[in-house]
Ligand binder design. Structure first.
Ligand SMILES: Nc1nc2c(ncn2[C@@H]2O[C@H](COP(=O)(O)OP(=O)(O)OP(=O)(O)O)[C@@H](O)[C@H]2O)c(=O)[nH]1
Length: 174
């Protein structure tokens, strides 16, 4: 009989930069039996990003397999074997990649939500809460903030559980 930790469920982890989202998601998923799948959306274009990615890779010990999905997140999720525990990190960089590639954001979000609404294993998805500061001065940043807010609302609505990370601590908001 599957329980809450193993059945097909989506947990959505939201928070600010360096709020501890990834680490908390890693702790939750590694409480389940390995192997764990890490889906990375980041593209390391510069040394700072390469360092961040290296730090993450060092932290993930044995038991992890990493898939890169900077754009085709829905396709990558659909191709996973049923039952795989998955950590998707993160929706913010995925949305950035979609916008910078000039793809149709609405179509991409609709496709992704269709997949996330029916998890085929224990899935954890990480995203940034980006709207808590002052209104950004440039138009692209304002559009990004709005698209990110809309995306987060959609994922939160379909997720089974939502955690808001504050200074490394999870607040259960759904
Ligand atoms: N390409 C790639 N990206 C990775 C890999 N491991 C982690 N990342 C990316 O690293 C990013 C997270 O970077 P951080 O700067 O630590 O995140 P943060 O949101 O500021 O911090 P936290 O809230 O503490 O998680 C995620 O978007 C991942 O996609 C990897 O193996 N390959």
């Amino acid at each position: 009989m599957p329980d809450e930790t193993t059945q097909n469920r989506l947990t959505f982890l939201l928070g600010g930069a360096r709020s501890g989202k990834s680490l908390h998601a890693e702790r939750l998923i590694t409480a389940l039996p390995a192997p764990w799948t890490y889906i990375a959306t980041a593209q390391a274009f510069d040394d700072e990003m390469r360092e961040r990615v290296a730090h993450h890779r060092d932290r993930r010990a044995q038991g992890w397999q990493t898939l890169n999905a900077p754009l085709d997140l829905a396709g990558t999720l659909r191709a996973l074997p049923a039952g795989a525990p998955v950590l998707l990190d993160c929706l913010t960089l995925w949305l950035t990649n979609v916008m910078l590639a000039d793809h149709d954001v609405e179509a991409a979000v609709t496709e992704l939500c269709g997949v996330l609404a029916r998890p085929t294993g224990r899935w954890y998805a990480v995203s940034n809460e980006v709207g808590l500061s002052i209104v950004p001065e440039n138009a692209l940043a304002r559009r990004f903030r709005d698209e990110q807010g809309r995306l987060n609302q959609k994922i939160a609505a379909l997720a089974d559980e939502v955690l808001f990370m504050v200074a490394g601590l999870p607040m259960k908001v759904k």
